[in-house]
Design a binder for this molecule. Sequence first.
Ligand SMILES: Cc1cc2nc3c(=O)[nH]c(=O)nc-3n(C[C@H](O)[C@H](O)[C@H](O)COP(=O)(O)OP(=O)(O)OC[C@H]3O[C@@H](n4cnc5c(N)ncnc54)[C@H](O)[C@@H]3O)c2cc1C
Ligand code: SF4
Ligand code: SF4
Length: 429
Amino acid sequence: MFGTSCDEPGQQAVNAPDLETIVTHGLCTGCGLCASLAGRDRLTMQVSSYGQIRPRAREKLDAATLEGIQSICPGIRVTGPDASQVASVGTMHPVWGPIRSLHRGWAVDEAVRFRSAAGGSMTALAVFLLESGKVDSILHVRASSAKPMLTDAQVSTTAEEVKSGAQSRYGPVAPLVPVHRLLDEGRRFALVGKPCDVAAIRNLARIDPRVEEQIPYCLTTFCGGIPTLHTARKIAAHHGVPEDEIQVFRWRGNGWPGPTHVEARDGRTYDLTYDQTWFDPSRPWSYDIQFRCKICPDAIGELADVSCPDGWVMKGGTPTHEEAPGVNLLIARTERGERLVAEAAAAGAIELAPFTIAQLDAMHGDHLPRKLENPARIAALKVAGAPAPRFSGFRRWRMIWRAGLWRSFRAFSSTKRRILAGAHREPLL
Ligand SMILES: Cc1cc2nc3c(=O)[nH]c(=O)nc-3n(C[C@H](O)[C@H](O)[C@H](O)COP(=O)(O)OP(=O)(O)OC[C@H]3O[C@@H](n4cnc5c(N)ncnc54)[C@H](O)[C@@H]3O)c2cc1C
Ligand code: SF4
Ligand code: SF4
């Protein structure tokens, strides 16, 4: 196991793992913050044979750099939200975390709403942050222009650039590689990324005082996990489009959820509905997420200022994926996030409608297994003798209580069995 029994922010772990151990034991999220800290001349991010993006050291890292990486890496350390966030307003929900305000919502700009993954709220909030002068840049991602199946980090300073990144990218990307460059340049920027990307920024804030001032907003999604690049490759192959002939690879958007759309350079186009892409067992691909996602303590963005999942259409008490005008939920976690949502609505950037925690329970129940079983899964890693990350502040005992002893025991046993069989391991490159 990594770490001491002390969970003080910024404190170094004892027997802390090197990068090779983090990667080969399936703990890396692929965020790229280690490469940002070490610098590209010493550490690069590369797609591995496993189909995820992983750090590769060009030279042996000195002890100080490695210690820095160990304290910021979200693969091995995530500290939960602070109860003081909701001391005066809102609630610390046992499952859904801090909630200061909760709404359904969508971008007022119809073109953004149509193009985006869901209701375009994340894009609308990011554009509002830029145009109101609250930040000068947005750090987010977008499809690679050179290889559209891949995804690149993107620093945007105009609304049009932000909009070009709208949609969900269900594949590897290292969004945080530019972070230290932006901090060094004195930029004030917002992050739009996955919950683990936000966790990395929160870790960095504990050792770098610039973060509080220069990264004032973190916006995120709910996250089902990142599939490997093999999934995209299999979809392209299924359509008979070689990788180097792909002109567009769009996972969602242009509708809600919108088709998984592949366009070849010769003009051929192929569309699959959301359910055909992810819920048809006859397809030769699956949602083959990395191991770290299976033990994720926070796939619902508890550490963000605002978390923006889908606001699915409900039928008979369950979510459906029928095409409709896009809708998000906007869960403001912090005072800053609450103010941002209110100001963006007042400025006419987003439209808000009422929503309740009971509705959230019904709509996003698919996130309960990972959340409730997390303490049991982490305990299994430790008992099996595998390197285990340090996750604290996620209401561990309340999760176990909610899951019940039998469910926790089953989660513990099946995870332990998989760990002993080496199912969490991945090749270094
Ligand atoms: C891998 C993945 C899993 C998801 N799982 C769930 C889920 O389980 N439940 C759920 O309700 N919603 C999930 N979502 C979120 C959902 O698909 C929508 O993205 C979200 O509701 C925001 O919608 P929007 O219209 O506001 O986003 P948009 O306005 O389209 O903006 C999306 C923003 O997210 C950024 N982004 C997209 N992909 C990535 C990525 N891979 N890494 C970092 N940043 C990225 C883009 O740069 C863009 O700025 C997932 C998204 C991703 C990428
Ligand atoms: S999780 Fe991020 S910081 Fe940690 S090793 Fe992977 S890429 Fe580097
Ligand atoms: S499930 Fe967790 S670790 Fe995996 S990509 Fe999503 S936020 Fe990151």
